[in-house]
Design a protein around this ligand. Sequence first.
Ligand SMILES: NC(=O)C1=CN([C@@H]2O[C@H](COP(=O)(O)OP(=O)(O)OC[C@H]3O[C@@H](n4cnc5c(N)ncnc54)[C@H](OP(=O)(O)O)[C@@H]3O)[C@@H](O)[C@H]2O)C=CC1
Ligand SMILES: CCCCCC(=O)/C=C/[C@@H]1[C@@H](C/C=C\CCCC(=O)O)[C@@H](O)C[C@H]1O
Length: 324
Amino acid sequence: MVQAKSWVMVKHFDGFPKDSDFQLKVEELPEPKDGEVLLEAVFLSVDPYMRWVFWNKLPEYCKTAETLSSKNPAFPVGSHVVSHCGWRSHSVSDGADLIPIMADWPSDVSLSLALGTIGMPGLTALYGIEEVLGLQKNETLLVNAAAGAVGNVVGQIAKIKGCKVVGSAGSDAKVAYLRELGFDEAFNYKTVPSLEEALKKAAPEGYDCLFENVGGYFSTVALPQMKTFGRIAVCGSISTYNDGTPQTGPYPHFTMIVKQLKMEGFTQNRWQHKNPESLKRMMAWLKEGKLKCREHVTKGFENMPAAFMGLLRGDNIGKAVVAV
Ligand SMILES: NC(=O)C1=CN([C@@H]2O[C@H](COP(=O)(O)OP(=O)(O)OC[C@H]3O[C@@H](n4cnc5c(N)ncnc54)[C@H](OP(=O)(O)O)[C@@H]3O)[C@@H](O)[C@H]2O)C=CC1
Ligand SMILES: CCCCCC(=O)/C=C/[C@@H]1[C@@H](C/C=C\CCCC(=O)O)[C@@H](O)C[C@H]1O
């Protein structure tokens, strides 16, 4: 018998999540039956979409876990997987929801990156750029929440593709990090006197592509800065996730008509058939030093809600993860 800890939601979020919305539970797990495995979490992910998933109670939360005991030959004891079975320290799985960590994962690369650059957020960046935007060499790309898990990879891949990259982020330390990564222009959207002027100054020629992570006011100001026939990949709209009442206009349609813009929302799982090849490609970039990784690590399973709320507040530079 193993004692498993899990975080559950005891009250629906009302605006920004609070400590009292979460509760830590402890339960005894049964031994795995034939075909099952017992997993122990090594790293757990906190992601913005969990603000919604918690509410809908979808079994989506992601973690890397090690197999402790196994009655499923596909997952031998000591092997590592990405699992989607919740904010749990231990879980029993029949293997259906488990993704083995990429074969030949280098021993000097932390497994936590399977939740970040070499995982879901990295794939989001890659597919947003290649499948949605079709970004071309010498184009100018704008990305917001640029120092976060998805945004920093967006900027780095766009540089690999020979583009001019402008990033916005919410602190001077984040802006310094973007410059370190090779972004051509970066600014702190919280302290610039005018967002419109900052966007114009960074790219007087206008933007071919916008990788949209933030939405809301940022989007309203950025759209008129697009070039005619500009493309926008709507990946997220984090500035609206904690709104009690939905934000209302200005609405984008007039600008979209005048500028003849193309806007497409997406989730990265549309291209999951490409994941094995894509992850290999990104791991190669990482090993060649073309893709740098930074993480914001919170220690301790008991600190999951704090890590999650910190992410929504913008505490993280790079991917926010919890190390058990
Ligand atoms: N479509 C898809 O398949 C996926 C979409 N996403 C989306 O991509 C976006 C980025 O996710 P991810 O990289 O994991 O998260 P991040 O690591 O970027 O963390 C979230 C960041 O959002 C910024 N932020 C928080 N509140 C606001 C606000 N009110 N206005 C502007 N920025 C804010 C903060 O950075 P700062 O200090 O710069 O404000 C914070 O660090 C999210 O919108 C998410 O929902 C993520 C994964 C998959
Ligand atoms: C629900 C708000 C999602 C905001 C964008 C985002 O962060 C997407 C992340 C996806 C996530 C999808 C989760 C929920 C989507 C809607 C659920 C439903 O009702 O079907 C997960 O798939 C990982 C990211 O691709």
